[in-house]
Design a protein around this ligand. Structure first.
Ligand SMILES: Cc1cc2nc3c(=O)[nH]c(=O)nc-3n(C[C@H](O)[C@H](O)[C@H](O)COP(=O)(O)OP(=O)(O)OC[C@H]3O[C@@H](n4cnc5c(N)ncnc54)[C@H](O)[C@@H]3O)c2cc1C
Length: 475
């Protein structure tokens, strides 16, 4: 039998690695089991022979979380961070086939062509519109239509939800997707009034490093972060190419059955963190609690296809200065958004080249993500030409398809989370992390992972033994 561990973390995405590193820093013996042959999960960066850096999953980090900055510094990544250029503040929405800049100040909200006068007045009236008693679970579309009006919801919220969640605003739960906005409306009778009544938060203890922008990446792409976490944990403590296929509780310890290319082994551990996507967690939990397994299975994932196109700069008929353009569903485009990657992060393309990222699919039109590579590339080239005014054919094309890209916080999501929490309370040494709880972005998934690690540390501290004493007790 292998030596026992204080904790086995199943899944080496950012959620699992954050949980593992939290425990490791406190001196616990941790093992990460990752099914793929690399860590990072959907965070995957590739450098091409032509000198492009492609982020095939997430491509941008945005956070104000000082603990996250501190961790990046501790991991030695300070010099690897690449802040976004000032262009990153300019974001566009496609209206009648043309990118229109999103207002970034109250003055530009008044002058923007994004909304009609009636639409603008309706947004400004939000504090004075009575908040009807909230239904148990209201959709994002219904909630925002009530609060800021249908036009702003269709033109601003819909593309935002497409860009972040690849989601359908009619299916997503407002309370689960926008908990602080939802709570503000309940607290203050309007979002704006509720924000003013927000309970004061304690000031952060560590100083935030000075950055031009809080939107950033790393020189060799986002995968630098999970790789650095795996390095810090030590190669012997991160096993790739091993899939957890079984989980059993044995009283004061757990057995995790692991399949490494047909070779089955059983690992004993005092605690387990399941940091896989929800559907994979459901398989592991089924023998322990089938109702929690069905709650996990009830979390749908939207598929997304990511198409990178590289061009010569002289193919651009105008400068692409901005973050990118999102398409509201009303525009009926093939793409959810086109990101102007080399405008945001010049290092991702050689100096005389430009790189764009076209995202297709999502919850509303999942079939688009399942088209052939050729069809995806053809559609992306057409959209880049029509919407961005790029001439000719790209010199680089690259397609990544994520069948299960982004978890959807649909109706009933809070109840599903409550079922998981009940299981965690029953077994404090079995905890869950991942982007299906606490927010879908990388920084939020990282924070959920850290919190999970802290809960497990508390459970282990309460037991008082260590992996070695457990092993000794068993002889
Ligand atoms: C296309 C795309 C674009 C995105 N863009 C952004 C962005 O720009 N900014 C942002 O902040 N967020 C973005 N996100 C969201 C963000 O990347 C994810 O929410 C986050 O990285 C998910 O991390 P995770 O650890 O929960 O899951 P994952 O990254 O999915 O990791 C889970 C891991 O568990 C492993 N696993 C599964 N089953 C088992 C098993 N039985 N045994 C062992 N291992 C197992 C998997 O192989 C995987 O490595 C994007 C996501 C996608 C897909």
């Amino acid at each position: 039998m292998m030596a026992g561990y204080d904790s086995v973390v199943i899944g080496g995405g950012i959620g699992g690695l954050a949980a593992a590193y939290t425990l490791y820093k406190r001196g616990y013996r941790v093992l990460v089991i990752e099914a793929a042959n690399r860590v990072g999960g959907v965070i995957h960066s590739v450098t091409t022979p032509e000198g492009f850096t492609l982020d095939c999953g997430p491509n941008t980090l945005g956070t104000k979380d000082v603990r996250l900055w501190q961790e990046l510094i501790d991991l030695g990544l300070r010099d690897r961070i690449t802040p976004a250029t000032r262009h990153g503040k300019r974001r566009f929405i496609l209206i009648n086939g043309k990118p229109v800049e999103i207002p970034s100040s109250p003055v530009s909200l008044v002058t923007t062509p994004l909304l009609s006068w009636q639409g603008k007045l309706r947004v400004l009236a939000e504090p004075f519109v009575k908040n009807e008693p909230a239904s148990a679970d209201e959709s994002v579309a219904a909630f925002f239509s009530r609060r800021i009006g249908p036009e702003a919801t269709a033109r601003l919220l819909d593309p935002f939800v497409a860009g972040v969640y690849a989601g359908d605003p009619n299916q997503l739960s407002a309370a689960a997707v926008f908990p602080s906005v939802w709570e503000a409306a309940q607290r203050g009778g309007s979002i704006v009034r509720g924000m003013f009544k927000k309970p004061k938060q304690a000031k952060p203890a560590v100083g935030e490093p000075k950055m031009r922008s809080r939107t950033f990446s790393f020189r060799a792409g986002l995968a630098e972060w999970p790789r650095a976490l795996a390095r810090a944990l030590g190669s012997g403590n991160v096993l790739t190419g091993r899939k957890a296929v079984g989980l059993r509780n044995r009283g004061d310890y757990w057995e995790v059955t692991v399949d490494g290319s047909g070779e089955i082994e059983t690992i004993t551990t005092r605690s387990v963190i399941i940091a896989t996507p929800a559907y994979a967690a459901a398989e592991l939990v089924e023998p322990l609690d089938s109702s929690v397994a069905s709650a996990l299975r009830g979390i749908p994932y939207a598929p997304v296809a990511v198409v990178h196109l590289g061009f010569r700069r002289d193919q651009l008929s105008r400068e692409l200065n901005g973050f990118g353009v999102l398409a509201p569903s009303s525009e009926r485009r093939q793409f959810l958004g086109i990101l102007w990657a080399s405008s945001l992060f010049p290092h991702v393309a050689p100096a005389d080249r430009a790189l764009t990222i076209t995202l297709a699919g999502g919850a509303i039109r999942p079939e688009l993500a399942e088209q052939s590579e050729e069809a995806l590339i053809e559609a992306a080239i057409r959209d880049n030409q029509q919407v961005l005014g790029i001439n000719g054919q790209p010199l680089l094309t690259h397609v990544t398809r994520w069948r299960y890209a982004i978890p959807q916080y649909t109706f009933g999501h809070r109840e599903r989370m409550a079922a998981i929490e009940r299981l965690e309370q029953r077994w404090p040494t079995l905890q869950f992390a991942g982007s299906y709880r606490g927010g879908v972005g990388v920084p939020k998934t990282w924070a959920t992972g850290v919190q999970t690690g802290e809960r497990v540390a508390a459970a282990l501290d309460a037991q008082g033994t260590t992996a070695n004493t457990l092993e000794q007790a068993r002889g």
